[in-house]
Design a binder for this molecule. Structure first.
Ligand code: PLP
Length: 400
């Protein structure tokens, strides 16, 4: 990536002939191989996996095989996998299911202030309506949780620790195995929201020392609307969606066979060449970070400089609104986000950036660029060049 004057000359010429998608943390396209794997389960093998006749055995077998594929990647037993409708449902089931199952034992939850709202709002609700006490363990300026601080927050009343694997806005990867070790020593169930980590980071639940782990298919090239909750055998869990006896009575509802097949296929594909792909993405991400920091005046990186998701580059730009950058990027045919797509209803600056100690006015100028399987160096350079022109222009016009 050239810098300074060369960059400014180049940016005048920067064009690209296609739409540039840099919002893979929001969602990913479905891999055509995943679609192919799913198709027969809509129109041919459409039996209900719970039915006893032979016609349904194809669907039942697909469900069993998918469960085994996911379990192999997580290093667990197939019986420890619960298929859900999304990452949000997995988080909700983990939080409500584990705390309510132990309500006689205590009513204290430990989490962080940077969780996705699927965890954050669920904790708030448990506190407001059911009298739970929630401790939010602080994170540092780079978004890291200190495992010892988690240990210090544990009381006799603690019945769940929930800390995300990787943050969806700034990409910081938390020391999950160290926290897991502490939780295990104290016998407290430990949940991690691994929705952003799925498809790129190690998901082995024994190395991570977690008891519950949430995943969402649409973050790793499976469709939206299908998720996983891993629950270690022996972990107390009250089902929150009651009905039929599906998913070992832990999550009622006819299984969404085509989507489950899609999720398992996509996860398997992602881990087939995970090292090579993550190395490629890390190089592109570093090119993007260096390009932005070197060519966009005032740009600051948010999150950890290297302990971060291989595809996440997130910034703040003083003196500008993130929303106005998004509009300009959109005009330049680039899709990006200010932070979490799901928090776009949030009023004011992001709760994640505020928890990192970034002052609210600065946090308003946030931008998250997240790369994916089809991102190229040419696209990265194009986005840098667009930002290098756009940001100073917007700053000159901004009332901030
Ligand atoms: N947790 C995290 C960290 C996320 O980033 C998201 C979605 O962006 C979710 C949970 C919710 O997942 P879903 O969209 O599948 O409900």
């Amino acid at each position: 990536m050239p810098s300074g004057r060369a960059m400014r000359e180049q940016e005048m010429m920067a064009t690209i002939d296609h739409f540039v998608y840099m919002d893979h943390a929001a969602t990913t396209p479905v891999d055509p191989r995943v679609v192919d794997a799913m198709l027969p389960y809509f129109t041919e093998q459409y039996g209900n996996p719970s039915s006893v006749y032979r016609f349904a055995s194809g669907a039942r077998q697909a469900l069993d095989e998918s469960r085994k594929k996911v379990a192999d990647i997580l290093g667990c037993r197939p019986t420890e996998i619960i298929f859900t409708s999304c990452g949000t449902e997995s988080d909700n089931l983990a939080l409500r299911g584990v705390t309510l199952a132990q309500r006689e034992r205590g009513k204290h939850i430990i989490t962080t202030p940077i969780e996705h709202s699927a965890v954050g709002v669920t904790c708030e609700q448990l506190a407001k309506y059911l009298g739970y006490r929630v401790t939010y363990v602080e994170v540092d300026r780079q978004g890291l949780v200190d495992p010892d601080a988690v240990g210090r927050a544990i009381t006799d009343e603690t019945t769940l620790i929930s800390i995300m694997y990787a943050n969806n806005e700034v990409g910081t990867i938390e020391p999950i195995a160290e926290i897991g070790q502490i939780a295990r020593e104290k016998g407290i169930p430990f949940h991690t929201d691994a929705v952003q980590a799925g498809g790129s980071l190690d998901l082995d639940v024994n190395r991570l020392q977690v008891d519950l782990l949430s995943l969402s298919g649409h973050k790793f090239y499976a469709p939206k609307g299908v998720g996983v909750l891993y629950v270690r055998q022996g972990t107390p869990l009250l089902p929150t969606q009651t009905g039929g006896g599906q998913e070992r009575h832990l999550r009622g509802g006819t299984e969404n066979v085509p989507y489950i097949v899609g999720l398992a296929t996509a996860l398997e594909l992602a881990y087939q060449d995970v090292d090579t792909e993550q190395e490629r993405l890390t190089d592109l991400r570093n090119r993007l970070i260096l390009g932005v920091l070197g060519n966009v005046p005032g740009a600051q990186l948010t999150g950890h400089p290297h302990q971060r998701l291989p595809n996440n580059a997130s910034f703040v730009f003083p003196g500008i609104e993130g929303e106005s950058i998004l509009l300009r990027l959109d005009l330049a045919r680039v899709a990006a986000s200010t932070g979490s797509a799901c928090a776009s209803g949030e009023n004011g600056p992001s709760h994640v950036l505020t928890a990192l100690g970034i002052e609210p006015t600065l946090a308003r100028g946030s931008l998250r660029l997240t790369l994916g399987r089809h991102t190229t160096a040419e696209e990265v350079d194009y986005v840098v060049s667009v930002l290098a022109t756009t940001v100073p222009e917007l700053r000159a016009m901004s009332p901030l």
